[in-house]
Ligand binder design. Structure first.
Ligand code: SF4
Ligand code: SF4
Length: 349
């Protein structure tokens, strides 16, 4: 029986939910207010956090608290502040388990005044949170007034010091530079930035700032050069699917690596066993294809021959665009691939 070895994670995030206040055009996890209000169950979370605590104890010095995008554990979504009580409980639990570099990621929708912002952040800090990652980009501000983000940055810096991160500084500085107040449509953003700073715009929307996967190819794919499918046939995703840093576990306990949303390596409640024994490839045919040499080409051939997938005439902006488009087609045709989860992800792109 051929198995895929899953390395122990060294950093990652837990999605409390896929539900969000926003439906950002670039969202890798296709989050949106249209998702059901499903949240991670505390008992499941406890089991998962216990495993993470064991793994991280082998990786980090005791009391390690420096926050970085690819360090420690973060709570995310969807928007975790939509369920503050659950977030608080999870922070307490993770802190009791001595999980290092604990931070939360937010779009700041809730930072409507200084008092609320301070109060919530202090409560989280007292519960053991080490820092915060504030999302700032032209997609978020289509729906979140920029002053809420700016407020979160100001107050978080006071409360968490260097452990207040902005993701991404480039966009935050652009939005500050144009003196944004309120929201801004992406089209307006493009037109302002094209006029003021064409180089800055392209620096922001090209690699490595934006990952060309998830919802992005469907919503703003028109900004990128497209290629025929065969351009990506030789690619394999072994590296991404066995990546041990910045893994994610969603509220349905799906274990997701390489930002490959919609592909579950298994049930994270059994993470220790998965890392010990690996996963059976014959039970995960889509993963089996993707990790092989020329895996993306194999997936294309299989989906075309067995499930009638047809290449998009306009082409694809990345291998992940092609892979996701095929997977979306497969999910529409059949429910036989248990690794293509959660199915709603494919409906909310
Ligand atoms: S990118 Fe963040 S704020 Fe935007 S929809 Fe996704 S989870 Fe929500
Ligand atoms: S092509 Fe698919 S499996 Fe490979 S990295 Fe992209 S989303 Fe993940």
């Amino acid at each position: 029986m051929v198995k895929l070895v899953i390395p122990e994670p060294v950093s990652g995030g837990i999605l409390l939910t896929y539900r969000c206040t926003n439906e950002c055009k670039h969202c890798m996890y296709a989050c949106s207010p249209r998702w059901r209000s499903d949240w991670i169950n505390l008992r499941d979370a406890e089991r998962i956090l216990e495993s993470i605590s064991k793994f991280f104890r082998r990786q980090y010095p005791r009391d390690f608290s420096r926050v970085g995008v690819n360090l420690g554990l973060h709570f995310t979504g969807g928007e975790p502040f939509l369920n503050f009580d659950l977030l608080l409980e999870l922070v307490k639990l993770a802190h009791e388990l001595e999980i290092p570099s604990l931070f939360v990621e937010t779009n700041c929708f809730w930072c409507t005044n200084d008092e609320i912002t301070e109060k919530n952040l202090y409560r989280l800090k007292e519960a053991g949170l080490n820092g915060i990652l504030i999302s700032a980009n032209p997609f978020i501000v289509e729906q979140i007034p920029f002053e809420r983000i700016d407020r979160a940055v100001r107050i978080s810096r006071r409360i968490f010091g260097e452990n207040a991160l902005i993701y991404q500084d480039l966009f935050y500085n652009q939005l500050k530079m144009i003196g944004l107040n309120g929201t801004l449509s992406f089209e307006e953003y493009l037109s302002i930035m094209r006029g003021r700073d064409p180089m800055g715009l392209y620096a922001g929307l090209s690699y490595p700032s934006m990952l060309l996967m998830g919802r992005l190819p469907y919503r703003i794919g028109y900004l990128y050069r497209k290629y025929p499918a065969k351009q990506f046939f030789s690619e394999s995703c072994l590296k991404e699917l066995t990546r041990n840093w910045h893994v994610h576990i969603d509220n349905y306990c799906n274990y997701i690596t390489g930002y490959c949303a919609g592909i579950s390596l298994g049930d994270a409640r059994n993470l220790e066993m998965m890392c010990q024994d690996g996963i059976k490839l014959e039970e995960n045919p889509i993963i089996e294809k993707l990790i092989s040499p020329g895996g993306v080409g194999r997936l294309f051939k299989y989906a075309s021959e067995e499930y009638g997938y047809r290449e998009r005439e306009e082409g694809y902006i990345s291998k992940c665009h092609l892979c996701l488009d095929i997977r979306r087609h497969l999910v529409e045709q059949t429910d036989e691939f248990k690794e293509l989860k959660p199915r709603e992800f494919y409906e909310h792109l």
